[in-house]
Design a protein around this ligand. Structure first.
Ligand code: FE2
Length: 432
């Protein structure tokens, strides 16, 4: 007797006609024609059933603050940081908490099961950390939230940032962050990486740094991060977020750099929506895309997860917690249009992000958490193409969100009367 059965699912690997049985919050069976009874059942009707979306890079302390105190006019990263600096002193713990909780509701409705959020610690009262630690506690039953102590104004450039970062870690923030390209010099950036990695090593924590988020072809912080990862034995526990300068680096240097990143086991987290918007702002034509070298990093064996970074905040005024928007943009900017590449982009917002975040018992396998999403799409490529509806979101074997299938009635003479996006279009070629 199961608590929940999902009938006739298509799995992300293309296997069709699968039933999924859940018991006590765990996946108990994945096979064709399950006959056991269940308290509740869902007819997937051949739709894609996927592990939850995972967002490995977000800023939950800033989300949904768009317009307060003003809009980013230049559209640059630096004006965004300045604008955030104006908002920080005037916002309260309660306001950050309320915005973050609203965002978590949205995230759950969009099938996100885990988020890694940076929290700015360049604020002596640590309002963001206070608010997000409470959010982490409250959302724990339905959303895994990891928090990164992020010294937005530079751990060396801001006189109290280092002390605040250690205080935030003492309070329970999970991961050590950094922003070496925002320090006063390349040398200070390198020093900040050494310092922060030593703190992580001493405390047994992971590292996730904003790294080389610029168009500067000579930015070299990822090299230092890979070096410190090796030196301190942090292999597999360090992520480099953004890495946009790699887009502009000399090809010979990159041919040396990528193997160093792979050797150190450093993960990469590009943020396609934000960086296609922020990078290249100082260029005339042609304008650089600014996304890091995703296929090349992937082909070197580096784990890559796509992050959403921002939703309606000082850096980005759009977004709706849709990791399929992120995958859609990532594959366009990276010229990843082959069917294998598009399928990989789906993994970049699901399994690969879960792997680099160290999530346990993630994925559609017997014994794992019964966490998954039913999408109004037949396969992963169609899910990205349609940014498909999340028909149902299941967490620990319970349905926590449902969306009505999108069916549009059209009123044209001698034409079909309804359009349902996932059945109207030609079927995608086989996933297999
Ligand atoms: Fe970020």
């Amino acid at each position: 007797m199961f608590d929940l059965i999902v009938k006739n699912a298509t799995l992300p690997d293309g296997t069709r006609g699968i039933d999924i049985g859940c018991k006590n919050g765990v996946i108990a069976a994945i096979e064709q024609n399950l006959t056991a009874e269940a308290s509740q059942s869902i007819e997937a009707d051949g739709h894609l059933v996927s592990p939850p979306f995972v967002d490995p890079h977000f800023h939950m302390d800033a989300t949904l603050s768009l317009g307060t105190p003003r809009i980013n006019v230049s559209g640059t990263l630096l004006e965004g940081i300045a604008l955030w600096g104006e908002l920080k002193p005037v916002q309260s713990v309660e306001q950050i908490f309320e915005r973050a909780m609203r965002y978590c509701d949205l995230a759950v409705s969009m099938g996100i099961g885990a988020i890694r959020s940076h929290v700015d610690v360049c604020d002596d009262s640590l309002k963001g950390a206070q608010a997000l630690l409470e959010v982490r506690k409250q959302v724990a039953p339905y959303l895994d939230l990891q928090l990164v102590a992020f010294p937005q104004d530079g751990v060396l450039r801001d006189p109290t940032a280092l002390n605040n970062l250690e205080r935030a870690l003492d309070m329970g923030v999970d991961i050590v962050g950094g922003i070496p390209h925002f320090e006063r010099s390349m040398a200070d950036g390198a020093t900040s990486i050494r310092l922060l990695c030593e703190i992580a090593a001493a405390r047994g924590l992971r590292v996730d740094m904003h790294c080389d988020e610029s168009d500067d072809p000579h930015s070299r912080h990822i090299e230092t991060l890979a070096y410190e990862t090796q030196r301190l034995g942090l292999n597999g526990r360090v992520a480099a977020s953004h890495l946009t300068s790699m887009h502009s680096m000399d090809n010979y240097y990159v041919s040396k750099l990528i193997p160093l990143i792979a050797e150190a086991g450093v993960h990469a987290i590009p943020n396609p929506l934000i960086n296609i918007m922020l990078q290249g702002r100082h260029d005339s034509y042609p304008k650089r895309r600014g996304q890091t070298r995703v296929p090349e990093l992937r082909d070197a064996g580096i784990t890559i997860g796509f992050g959403s970074d921002c939703v309606m905040d000082p850096w980005y005024s759009l977004g709706k917690a849709d990791m399929l928007d992120v995958a859609f943009m990532g594959l366009h900017v990276g010229h990843m249009s082959s069917r294998a590449d598009m399928r990989w982009c789906y993994e970049a917002v699901t399994a690969n992000s879960a792997k680099l975040m160290g999530l346990e018992k993630y994925g559609l396998e017997v014994g794992n958490h019964a966490n998954f999403v039913i999408l109004q799409a037949k396969d992963t490529i169609e899910a990205i193409r349609l940014r498909a509806n999340r028909l149902a979101v299941v967490r620990h074997g319970a349905i926590i969100a449902k969306t009505t299938p999108q069916i549009t009635t059209i009123n044209l003479p001698d034409r079909p009367s309804t359009v349902q996006s996932d059945t109207y279009a030609p079927r995608s070629p086989s996933e297999r």
